[in-house]
Design a protein around this ligand. Structure first.
Ligand SMILES: [Zn+2]
Length: 437
């Protein structure tokens, strides 16, 4: 296939009248349209305003998709324990599968081709299969919770880690290696030391498995960890093995100098979730400082109950604007930096090689974006347009691993109407569920 338009190969590399050639699961050429059209006359040709790398959702909760709007305007720990965890506990296996499908379809239709996904305790297998079947690229795992959790979600650490290992053996590297596993403790508050250390040991036993957890999102959270352990949260996580180049920490809003040094020294990845942090009034993560220290920062939408959208374009815009407000400096977090976070940095955090840029030999995760729109007229700077003006709705075409997964309203491999209908049915059932699970 030959995809043509203004090609944004990465934040710094734009071909104004360009093209991308895809063969199998790979990009085989990136260059000038005229040259590629002449060299590949028999390839199916698709034309878009902009051709860009698929975006990477560095921290999402697909399985919370049925909870959009259930807990707006609520404090984080109340939001979590009184609304979101009871919803997760109330989902049966089919509900979990439908919620995940819905989340992945929303990602694909708005240009996200890879996610780092924090699933739930129960029925994670159904969500993993949903990721495989919808065609998204995903780093994901079953959530671990073995203290301070609703009864329906709290598990014995040994049993939960054994179930995680079974999922690793079955799914890590499945679906043409689009699916890779992350051992996923919810956060230090809801996990014992045994559970957290066990997560590290489990990841170490399986090549390429990563660790993904929430960290230092909220002041109440870090106070609780300090009461439990006598340590700052990130030092506690480091103590039990949850830092390093195979670890992705969502949020990191409340960190002191020593914790920031720790993130940089250990090569730990951070996923910034500005919309979630603003909506839950968690605070402003010190992202410019992280970037200056060389910490790899990805972007994430977090879950539909705290955002309430999985549109990664809005997240890019919010990240840049919030960074400027934080420093009272309009030069902070420019469009190119934020676009890099939402593409290659996210893929690095997710642990996928040759993903996140349009390059010969790299994976064919590509989006086509419409520019025949009032808000896209004129475009003086295409990266600026993508970060500050474009919407997920502008995405016309999404390809993952060389396969077309979304094409102008259609999902070629999924009956999206049926998914939405079943999602409405399951959401209605949640509305009728008891508030305590
Ligand atoms: Zn989260």
């Amino acid at each position: 296939m030959l995809l043509t338009g203004t090609v944004v190969a990465d934040a710094e590399t734009v071909v104004d009248d360009g093209g991308v050639v895809v063969e199998g699961d790979r990009i085989t050429a990136v260059g000038e349209r005229a040259d590629l059209a002449e060299a590949y006359p028999d390839h199916e040709h698709r034309e878009f305003g902009i051709v860009a790398p698929g975006l990477v959702g560095g921290h999402v909760h697909s399985v919370q998709s049925l909870g959009r709007g259930i807990a707006d305007d609520t404090e984080l720990l109340d939001w979590l324990f009184e609304s979101v965890l009871p919803m997760e506990a109330a989902l049966d296996a089919d509900g979990m599968a439908v919620a995940a499908q819905l989340g992945y379809l929303e990602c694909l239709e708005s240009g996200t081709t890879t996610v780092i996904d924090h699933l739930s305790v129960n029925h994670a297998e159904r969500a993993i299969a949903a990721a495989g079947e919808t065609g998204i690229r995903a780093r994901l795992g079953k959530v671990l919770m073995d203290q301070r959790s609703p009864a329906a979600l709290e598990e014995d650490a040994t049993a939960a880690l054994a179930e995680s290992e079974r999922l690793i053996e079955r799914y890590h590297g499945a679906y043409d290696d689009r699916i890779r596993y992350a051992v996923t403790p919810r956060f230090a508050v809801s996990c014992t030391e045994e559970c957290l250390r066990g997560a590290r040991h489990l990841a170490d036993r399986h090549d390429g498995v990563r660790i993904h957890t929430h960290a230092s999102e909220n002041r109440g959270e870090i106070e609780t960890v300090e009461e439990d352990t006598g340590m700052r949260n990130l030092h506690w996580l480091d103590e039990v093995g949850l830092t390093g180049e195979d670890v992705v920490l969502a949020h990191c809003v409340w960190t002191d100098e020593s914790e920031r040094e720790l993130l940089a020294e250990t090569g730990t990845h951070v996923t910034h979730c500005p919309s979630s942090n603003m909506k839950l009034a968690s605070g402003i993560a010190p992202i410019r400082d992280y970037v200056d220290r060389g910490i790899n920062v990805a972007l994430g939408n977090d879950g539909p109950p705290c955002n309430n959208t999985l549109d990664a374009f809005t997240e890019m815009r919010q990240a840049s604007l919030l960074g400027k407000v934080d420093d009272l400096d309009p030069t902070a977090l420019p469009a190119t930096t934020v676009f890099e976070m939402a593409t290659r940095n996210g893929a690095r955090a997710a642990g996928f090689e040759k993903v996140g840029k349009l390059r010969e030999g790299w994976k064919a995760d590509v989006v086509g974006i419409d520019t025949d729109l009032t808000r896209a007229t004129p475009i003086h700077d295409v990266c600026s347009h993508l970060v500050y003006a474009a919407h997920g709705d502008d995405v016309a075409f999404t390809m993952v691993d060389g396969r077309v997964r979304y094409d102008r309203g259609d999902f070629p491999h999924v009956d999206a109407d049926a998914v939405r209908e079943r999602a409405r049915e399951h959401a209605a059932a949640i509305d009728g569920a008891p508030s305590q699970a």
